[in-house]
Design a protein around this ligand. Sequence first.
Ligand code: CTP
Length: 301
Amino acid sequence: QADDLASTTLLATDKPVMIAPAMNVRMWLHDATQTNLATLRTRGITLVGPNDGDMACGEYGPGRMAEADEIVDAVIGWFGVSAPLAGRRALVTSGPTHEPIDPVRYIANRSSGRQGHAIATALARRGAATTLISGPTHLDDPAGVTVVHIETAREMLAACETALPADVAVCAAAVADWRAGTIADQKLKKDAGSVPTLTMAENPDILATLSAAGNSRPGLVVGFAAETENLVEHARAKLARKGCDWILANDVSPASGTFGGGDNTIHLVTAKAVEDWPRMSKTDVAERLADRIADHFGSPA
Ligand code: CTP
């Protein structure tokens, strides 16, 4: 019978099926149920629970639904994913910032947000409670991640500070270094013969601020260095200047096709060493970084 949404869906799918049945102990132990169960087992359906225990009806025995955590663990286990970052909190910045000039114009950059979003996804998949602070992008919010949408660098910094404490912060956003010194309340009007001059003010450096956050400093602070030349040398200088723990130096020279593209060539620079990663997709960079972060923390919190 497939006369409800669940059984109709199960009949229509060719994907693996896992069931977490729950019912009264006599119903569960009944021949009819056990024979049907044997049929399901021969069809490769995986069972989670039921457990022995108290039932809503007041009886006791097998038939109590598996706990939610057991079901989640069974699903995670099925996919072969472990959760080494369970109990850790992660903060990720992503995307560009938009710095307004007047109500209709802004300064932006070409960051797509793909790398930062992929990192947030990878950390969340490893069990970290992840907050993604994102500038304007065309990407969907990653599943299982708390997403805070901001526009300017100053909003991004404020959102990061609100999201603390964190065990790890990864600053992948392409934060605008400067904003307009004054933001016009009204749209700047074209005035024949005169061209406006834009004066700029310096934006806060989010990576440097998080790295110097005293007691609230995340245990591991990771930044990116977008460089067009002398990659590792500039990354080392940036590591020291910003006070972070790791820098992922990536080549953003026009020839590399990194900005807006799908791939990244990364060199992981720490105070002690430089690791050259082969050219790989931004998703693979995110997976590898998340594995490195999990290794850094060792056993789950
Ligand atoms: N970053 C930040 N806040 C800023 C500027 C940069 O958090 N206002 C972070 C980026 O997210 C990145 C790292 O700092 O992790 C380096 O960014 P990058 O643009 O390479 O460095 P800049 O500090 O802008 O230095 P430069 O432009 O001189 O290379």
